[in-house]
Design a protein. Structure first.
Length: 470
């Protein structure tokens, strides 16, 4: 089928535009209701939680409220990576929680990659899932120290068995990137069509008895009190949804509710997409296995080869907005999108002059300590999964499994993970938040540009690098 899109949601991203689904919004919540579990957000976190709850107990009444449509947020806009690990190094995790807890956490996140593939097969979700691994390259001598440090950290953490260190020829055998002197290949990565995954997951939730109300904005969250004496609720303009447990799964958009305004930092990640390449053009590049591709730039880049033969190039650089504002106009930033288009031709000069068909972006949620949270407060009845720092596809699957265990009272290996009921500190109030974040953003871009110009790596000692260290 072709995508049905009466309200124009496909303009949000190439993924939604081409997801071959009916984007007509599901009916809104009309009036108040009581359910067992009420979930804010029909993205990966909310839908995986609903799916796992219903898989464990089909008798549960589970209802999801979504302000727009399922997949409108990061779940329908991301770079197409289903990635192992978190956006914080194993060494940092080990320092915080110890070796055993670090290993259990890393293994649990990694399991999400295969679990997503398994559910796609079981539920008949055609999400263009390909487990082709990842390739992170050092583009120039200035990035080699970071490659060396990355490899040493994997070895020290006992994670190197899932990775292969490559010289320039080995990296080029996978993907021929201009200036690549070496790379690290990771086995536990897959690429996906994000919107097909989230839209298929929404249908799987409904088949298992769940209810999804779209175009239903939550304006307030009422905590419960006294261990069930007063049940928590999600309030909307047209009624409230009261439940035994309320799950907050809005990621960056959760910051638009006042009690969680400083819980996360909404930072924009932007993407450009080429026209489809010809077979001859692909022959100059390789990239046969659709590996997730990146480099060791401080300010982050990520690339995907789409199922229909395009190159997606994503990166940071769009400015943080004062007051953690989120607006549709911020999904595009011409300065950043122009920079990303230049990067495509720098990485792959054999396709110089290639046309670009799409550009989009959206906010991702950064916790103050870079650590995600999977929480369930039995006293208030509020549960939450958040803080993925742009690494949320596999982590959200793990979050759904963890929250389902917590909500149903199961004691499992997952409920013992160190991120369960973890509390990240709040971000600073404005104007300090804006001053600090904009300083780091601009500094990292300048450091990357200087390194590329001089061939010398950043020192690692600058204030911006220390603030951004993970």
């Amino acid at each position: 089928m072709t995508t049905v899109d009466p309200l124009g949601y496909g303009a949000t991203s190439f993924w939604l535009e081409t997801c071959d689904d009916d984007l007509t919004p599901r009916p809104s919540l009309d009036g108040s209701a009581d359910v067992d579990v009420a979930i804010l957000g029909a993205g990966y976190s909310g839908l995986w939680t609903a799916y796992e709850l219903l898989r464990r107990d089909p008798s549960l009444k589970v209802t999801v409220l979504e302000r727009e449509i399922a997949g409108f947020g990061a779940s329908g806009r991301n770079g197409g990576w289903c990635a192992a690990g978190l956006q914080i190094s194993p060494a940092n995790l080990e320092r915080r929680f110890g070796r055993a807890a670090m290993t259990a956490l890393e293994d649990s996140v990694d399991s999400g990659v295969d679990e997503i593939g398994r559910v796609c097969a079981e539920e008949g979700i055609d999400a263009d899932y390909v487990k082709g691994g990842s390739l992170t390259v050092a583009r120039g001598a200035h990035q080699m120290p970071e490659l060396e440090a990355h490899w040493e950290s994997l070895v020290a953490a006992g994670r190197a068995d899932q990775y292969v260190r490559l010289d320039a020829a080995g990296a080029a055998d996978r993907v021929r990137v201009e200036g690549a002197l070496g790379g690290i290949f990771g086995t536990q990565y897959a690429s996906i069509q994000p919107a097909k995954l989230v839209r298929g997951l929404a249908r799987a939730v409904e088949r298992r008895g769940g209810t999804i109300h779209e175009r239903t904005a939550v304006v307030d969250v009422e905590p419960g009190a006294g261990y069930g004496q007063l049940r928590p609720a999600l309030r909307t303009a047209r009624g409230e949804l009261r439940a035994g447990t309320v799950v907050l799964a809005g990621e960056a958009y959760l910051t638009q509710l006042r009690p969680w305004h400083r819980a996360l930092l909404p930072t924009y990640s932007l993407i450009v997409l080429t026209e489809p390449l010809s077979d001859a053009q692909w022959a100059t590049i390789g990239w046969r296995d659709r590996e997730c591709l990146a480099s060791y730039r401080i300010s982050i880049d990520y690339l995907t080869r789409t199922a229909d033969g395009r190159i997606l190039f994503g990166g940071r650089g769009a400015p943080y907005r004062y007051g953690s504002r989120i607006e549709p106009a911020f999904d595009r930033d011409e300065r950043t999108h122009a920079m990303l288009r230049r990067f495509v031709e720098a990485w792959f000069p054999s396709i110089a002059g290639i046309g670009f068909s799409h550009a989009w972006g959206g906010p991702i949620g950064f916790p103050r300590d870079w650590l995600p949270t999977f929480s369930h407060d039995q006293r208030t009845g509020i549960a939450s999964a958040r803080g993925y720092t742009g690494h949320g596809v596999a982590t959200a699957n793990l979050a759904g499994r963890v929250l389902a265990d917590l909500i149903t009272g199961a004691q499992t290996e997952l409920t013992e993970l160190p991120l369960v009921n973890h509390r990240s500190p709040n971000w600073e109030p404005e104007p300090f938040r804006w001053l600090g974040v904009r300083y780091v953003q601009e500094s990292l871009l300048r450091l990357d540009a200087k390194a590329e110009r001089t061939g010398r790596p950043p020192s690692g000692r600058s204030l911006a690098e220390r603030l951004a260290a993970r």
